[in-house]
Design a protein around this ligand. Sequence first.
Ligand code: DGY
Length: 410
Amino acid sequence: MRLDDQARLVLARNDRGGYTVPAAGLYPYQWNWDSAFAAWGFSTFDIDRAWLELETLFSAQWEDGTVPHIVFHRPDSGYFPGPEVWATNRSPPTSGISQPPVAAILVRQVYEADPAAGRERLAALYPKILAWHRWWRTHRCQSGVAAVTHPWESGRDNSPGWDIGLANVDESSVGAYTRRDTGHVDPSMRPGKRDYDRYLSILHFGRECGWNQEEIIARGPFLMADPATTFILLRANRDLAALARILGEDPVEPERWAADLGAALPLIWNEDLRSYDARDLRTGRFANALGSGAFLAWLAGVDGPGLEERLVAAWDRVRFGIPSSDPDAPGFDARRYWRGPTWPFMNALIAIGLREAGRTAESERLRRETAALIANGGFYEYFDPYDGTPCGGADFTWTAAVWLAWAGRG
Ligand code: DGY
């Protein structure tokens, strides 16, 4: 079967009716940024289904504007921590944190795939996305750039960028629990036990304060500025402003938010690392960890002195795609979740930025390498960047989507 057909089959098999799960078993609910990528994939062959994916996601939006990182549409005992652990008291049940706001970026792609089919649906979605961006601005951008209150909110759970923030988290009262992820995937490819204890400890804090955002920001155990989320939000605000213009809405708010994020970027430029870097907002310390998130700068239309050389140096050390963390750093692990592997969806976002910055040869190289990973290894969650070994979950929605919308379009 052709790879395009196989990719469509992955989306069809992960379709639970109005939303897709990222991967059966490992991730059995609707995840925020995974769904936005799913919509991008659907837009290549079923525009109605693409919009439906986004509409279902936004149907779980909270009154304060946030769009949660997981929507627990139906019970499933195969995942931990499930809705009873989050205890957000919502219907449908949801988690209590958000996830990087890629939706506006991909909504724009979906709209452009078929403007006539999308106009009304865009008009209905627009105020919801605007409200979500306002939530980011109000609750996560106090320092000027975007912060995350939990590594899961960054979507890059055990990136070395979070190590200094996690070191402040007291996990001693977490108690006993059973992980489910390591029953689905080789544990050596997943975050370690200590990381998980700390993830749960941060979750418990949010739950105990009733998911009160002021309390989480003022006293929560984890608050770190995130270059990747900042660049995504900056770009998403620009795309939202473009969508506002299409709809005849006033683009001034998202334009101003984008400009403010751009002006605050020096806060996350680490001169010692010669890169954008995660920063602990409790202590002011930089993580000193080069990660692929820094290379989303071009997606946001910004650059940094010597950043391209840093990218090429890290990239040239491996064979396939941008490694999620620096291959020369001591904690690098080519197959363990965000400590080294390469992700097709991150490569797609980085490549869009490179292309728009005029670095077309690099953008095309990244597409080719990502396509080779998928063609040789299948629609896996992530890959060893040295030898292309497929890692994590199989038949992964956003890998199939990214194949259809970008990697397979050589
Ligand atoms: C997990 O369960 O591994 C997720 O990354 C949380 O979103």
